[in-house]
Design a protein around this ligand. Structure first.
Ligand code: GDG
Length: 733
C-alpha cells in the first residue's frame, strides 16, 4: 500500500532518556494534528530529528530509541552536537530565519554553517530515500529543509515531492541579497508542488524564481528540468474543534475544578465591572513584536489614564532558541521593559503586566484565551500566526476582540479583526481602546464571521487540500494537451511507417537531435547521431528532412555526405539532392522601418538586445529584468501590430524573444512546400522549440507530431529528452 512520508526538522514527539530507559510522548502541536490523517490513517511515516544528539545516545541506547520512535510510525535522522550548532542554531536560525523575516541586520552568513546545512539536508535525504517504496509520496516541511526536495528528486525522479514553507517568503529585493540564493531556489524546485501560507509569499517566491533562477513562470506554474512545478497558497488552519470543545469544558467547570491560573484570572476580573484583560501569547522571538507591544501598552496607559488599575496585559512568552545571541538580547530587553512599566505604574493592588516566561499546559492556555477581552497580537513579521485563530476558536459566546498585526499571514484571512501596523504605537493604543469599548453586538458580528471561516478551513482540511493538489500535480497532461509518447504509441507509429509507401520525417536539430544547453553555439552532430539517421534513411520508403533555424552553411557542412533534405534559416532555404534554393524571393526592405522601433525598446530595457538576421529581426530580453521584459512585450506587440498590418510580416513571441519576419519564412511553410513535391502518405514531425510549432500546426492532421519538452504545444505527443528522440529513431531504423 502506498504511503506518505512526512519530513520535518523535529519529529512530532518528545524523547526523554534517564540513562537507561527511553520515554517517548507524542506532541500535540498544530502540525502533528493536521498531519494525523495523513500520518496515522494512511500508514504513513514521519522522518525527523528525535531531539537527542548522537552524543546523548550511547551505543546501547540507539536501538531502543529507534524502536520507541518506530512505534509512533516515525523514523529518526541522527544529528550530532555539531549539526545542531551549525545547521540548526547556525544556518537555520541565524541566517534563514532572520532573512526570511526581513531582519537583514540579524542575518549572519558563515560558510561553515552553510556546509553543515547541506550535510544535514543530505542526511535527511538518505533516510527519506531509504523509506521510499513504489507509489509513495513525500511531503517536506519548512525552512530547515530547503535543499531536501531536489536531493530526493535526484535519487527518485518519479516520486511526487511536496514542500510547505511555514514562514514568510521574502520579497525579491530581500532574497537577492543572500549569497546562496540560487542554491536555495534550486533545492526547493526539486518539488512538484510548493505551498505557502499566503498569495504574497507565493508571488515573492515566483518573482525570485523568474529573476534569480531564470526559470519560465506562467501564472503559478514553473517549467524546470522538464517538469511543471505548481506553486499555490494553502493558509494553515487549526484543530478548531479541539479548542472549541476545551473552551466549552472550561466554561462548564465548577469553581472547585478551576485551575490555579483560572482562579487568579477570576480574581482580577471580579475586582470590578470595568476590569479588563488583554492577552498575548508567543514564542519569545524578535519577529513577534514583543517590545513594540509593551511600548504601545505603556503609551496607552499614559494616553488613557482612566484605564489604569482596570486593565491588565497578560503576556505569555515561551522560551525559544536561547542559544542564539539575538534571543538573549530580546529576553533582556523584554525583562527590562516589563520591569520599567510595572515599576512606574503599579499600585498596591494592581500590576499592569503579568509576564510569564515559560510554557503552560494546554488547559491553562485555554484559561487565558477564554478569560481575555482582547487578544493583542503584534508581530512585525509572522508566516501565519495560529494564536490569533486559536483565540477566535475559544470564544464560544462570540465576544472578545482580536487586534491583529497586518504583518501576519493570518491577517489576510481575518478581515474582521481590528488590524494594526505594529510599528505605529499610537495606532496600537487607539485600536486597543476601540477594542475595549466595542459594543457587544459588534463583537458578536465580527466574531461570528471569523469563526465561520476558521472552522471551515481547519488544519485537517489544509493537509487534505495540499495532498490533493500534490496528487493532481502529477498529471502533467492537465496543463498541456499533448500525450506522453509511450512504447505503445511508438509501435503504432512504426507500423504506419511499415505500411506506408512514402514516409517523410521532419526533424528539428538543436534541442531535438542534439542537446542544446549552450544556446550561443550550434552543436556539431556526434557519431551516434550520424549512425542513427543513416539507419532510418536506409529504409527504402523513408526520407528525412532536417529543419533548423541555423544558417545553411552549417547544415551543409554537417550533412554534406548525405542526401537528406535540409531546411535552414527558419525555413528560408531548402536543400534537395545537394542543391540549395531560396524558397521565396524574400524582401527585407521592411527592416528599415522596424529596426528603429525595436532600438527604442533596447534603449529602454537594459539587458535586452536586437538580433538582425538575414530575413528576420529578433528582440531578446532573456538578460533583462524578466518582469520588465514581459511588460515590454505587450507594448512591442501593440506597436508592431499597427506597423505590420497590411504587410506579410508577422510577430512571434517565443521564450524571452520577440521575432518579426515574413509570414513566408517559417518551418511550417517550408515543410508544406516539401510536401508538394511528392505524394507522402505518412508524415512524422519532431521538434522542440516554438519555431517547430508552425510545423505542428501547418502540417496535415494525420501527421504524427512529437514535441521535445513539456511547454505548451500543438503537437500530439511529447517526450522529455533528446535521448528519447534518438531511441525512437533507432526503433524506426
Ligand atoms: C511557525 C511560524 C506559523 C504557544 N505557547 C504555548 C503553546 N503555544 C502554541 C500555540 C500555537 C503555537 O504554539 C504557536 O504557533 P504560531 O503560529 O503562533 O507561531 P510559531 O511557533 O512561530 O510557528 C508561524 C506556524 O509555524 C504554523 O505554520 O503560523 O508563522 O512562525 O499553536 O497554541 N502551547 C502550549 N503551551 C504554551 O505555553 N501548550
Amino acid at each position: 500500500m502506498s504511503k506518505t512520508i512526512i519530513v520535518s526538522n523535529r519529529l512530532p514527539l518528545q524523547v526523554k532518556t534517564d540513562g537507561k530507559d527511553i520515554k517517548v510522548t507524542p506532541s500535540v502541536g498544530g502540525l502533528a494534528t493536521g498531519m494525523k490523517s495523513v500520518h496515522r490513517d494512511s500508514n504513513g511515516v514521519w522522518v525527523g530529528w528525535s531531539g537527542l544528539t548522537d552524543e546523548e545516545i550511547d551505543d546501547g541506547m540507539q536501538a531502543k530509541v529507534d524502536q520507541a520512535v518506530q512505534k509512533e510510525q516515525c523514523v529518526a535522522v541522527n544529528l550530532n552536537e555539531d549539526d545542531i550548532q551549525n545547521y540548526y542554531y547556525g544556518f537555520s536560525n541565524r541566517t534563514l530565519w532572520p532573512l526570511f523575516h526581513y531582519f537583514l541586520e540579524y542575518t549572519e552568513f558563515e560558510k561553515e554553517s552553510w556546509e553543515s546545512y547541506k550535510r544535514v539536508n543530505e542526511k535527511f535525504a538518505k533516510v527519506v530515500v531509504d523509506q521510499i517504496e513504489e507509489g509513495d509520496r513525500v511531503w517536506v516541511h519548512d525552512y530547515q529543509l530547503l535543499l531536501l526536495p531536489q536531493l530526493i528528486k535526484d535519487e527518485k525522479p518519479d516520486v511526487p515531492v511536496g514542500f510547505f514553507l511555514h514562514i514568510p517568503f521574502p520579497s525579491y529585493e530581500i532574497f537577492r541579497t543572500f549569497p546562496k540564493r540560487k542554491e536555495i531556489l534550486e533545492g526547493m524546485l526539486g518539488s512538484d508542488l510548493l505551498g505557502f501560507h499566503t498569495y504574497d509569499y507565493e508571488r515573492h517566491f515566483l518573482s525570485s524564481v523568474k529573476r534569480i533562477a531564470n526559470k519560465e513562470v506562467r501564472f503559478n506554474k514553473i517549467t524546470h528540468d522538464n517538469r511543471i512545478i505548481k506553486v499555490d497558497s494553502f493558509p494553515m488552519g487549526i484543530d478548531y474543534k479541539k479548542f472549541e470543545d476545551a473552551a466549552k469544558k472550561n466554561q462548564d467547570q465548577s469553581k472547585k475544578q478551576r485551575s490555579e491560573v483560572q482562579r487568579r484570572l477570576d480574581e482580577h476580573l471580579n475586582e470590578s465591572d470595568s476590569a479588563k484583560m488583554v492577552l498575548s501569547i508567543d514564542r519569545l522571538d524578535y519577529t513577534k513584536g514583543i517590545p513594540n507591544r509593551i511600548r504601545a501598552f505603556e503609551y496607552f496607559l499614559n494616553k488613557y489614564p482612566e484605564y489604569q488599575e482596570k486593565i491588565r496585559l497578560i503576556m505569555l512568552a515561551v522560551p525559544s532558541r536561547s542559544e542564539v545571541p539575538q534571543y538573549q538580547k530580546l529576553k533582556k530587553e523584554t525583562d527590562e521593559l516589563v520591569g520599567r512599566i510595572n515599576g512606574q505604574f503599579s499600585t498596591v493592588s494592581w500590576t499592569p503586566i503579568w509576564y510569564f516566561f515559560r510554557t503552560m499546559p494546554f488547559e491553562n492556555l485555554i484559561d487565558l484565551y477564554t478569560s481575555s477581552d482582547v487578544a493583542l497580537i503584534t508581530p512585525v513579521r509572522d508566516g501565519m500566526n495560529l494564536v490569533a485563530k486559536e483565540y477566535v476558536a475559544t470564544r464560544t459566546e462570540q465576544d472578545g476582540v482580536l487586534v491583529l498585526s497586518e504583518m501576519t499571514g493570518a491577517s489576510k484571512e481575518l478581515g474582521e479583526a481590528l488590524q494594526i501596523n505594529p510599528f505605529n504605537f499610537e495606532e496600537i493604543a487607539d485600536t486597543l481602546k476601540r477594542a475595549l469599548e466595542m459594543p457587544k453586538a459588534e463583537q458578536k458580528r465580527r466574531m461570528l464571521s471569523l469563526q465561520k471561516r476558521i472552522s471551515r478551513y481547519s488544519v485537517e482540511k489544509w493537509a487534505e487540500e495540499f495532498m490533493n493538489a500534490l496528487e493532481s500535480s502529477q498529471n502533467v497532461s492537465q496543463y498541456i494537451q499533448a500525450e506522453r509518447l509511450t512504447q505503445k504509441h511508438q509501435r503504432n507509429i512504426l507500423k504506419t511507417v511499415e505500411d506506408s509507401e512514402n514516409t517523410i520525417i521532419f526533424l528539428g536539430y538543436n534541442g531535438t537531435l542534439v542537446d542544446y544547453t549552450d544556446k550561443t553555439e550550434d552543436k556539431t552532430p556526434d557519431k551516434a547521431l550520424y549512425d542513427t539517421l543513416a539507419k532510418v534513411s536506409q529504409r527504402p520508403n523513408v526520407e528525412l528532412c532536417i529543419t533548423s533555424c541555423s544558417e545553411n552553411e552549417n547544415l551543409q557542412k554537417w550533412f554534406a555526405d548525405t542526401d537528406y533534405r535540409l531546411i535552414s534559416d527558419h525555413g528560408a532555404f531548402y536543400r534537395k539532392h545537394n542543391i540549395w534554393t531560396e524558397l521565396e524571393a524574400l524582401k527585407t526592405d521592411w527592416m528599415e522601418d522596424v529596426i528603429p522601433v525595436l532600438e527604442t525598446f533596447v534603449d529602454r530595457t537594459p539587458g535586452s538586445y536586437l538580433d538582425i538576421n538575414r530575413f528576420s529581426l529578433a528582440w531578446h530580453y532573456g538578460d533583462a529584468d524578466i518582469e520588465m521584459g514581459e511588460k515590454r512585450v505587450i507594448e512591442i506587440n501593440t506597436v508592431l501590430t499597427s506597423l505590420t498590418s497590411n504587410t506579410d510580416l508577422s510577430v512571434f513571441h517565443g521564450k524571452e524573444v520577440v521575432e518579426i519576419k515574413s509570414t513566408k519564412v517559417s518551418k511550417g511553410y517550408a515543410a508544406l512546400q516539401v510536401l508538394k513535391e511528392k505524394d507522402f502518405d505518412n508524415i512524422i514531425v519532431i521538434g522542440d522549440d516554438w519555431t517547430d510549432e508552425y510545423m505542428f500546426e501547418d502540417l496535415p492532421d494525420h501527421a504524427h507530431s512529437i514535441k521535445v519538452g513539456i511547454r505548451k504545444t500543438n503537437a500530439k505527443y511529447f517526450v522529455k529528452r533528446v535521448e528519447e528522440v534518438r531511441a525512437f529513431l533507432n526503433l524506426l531504423g
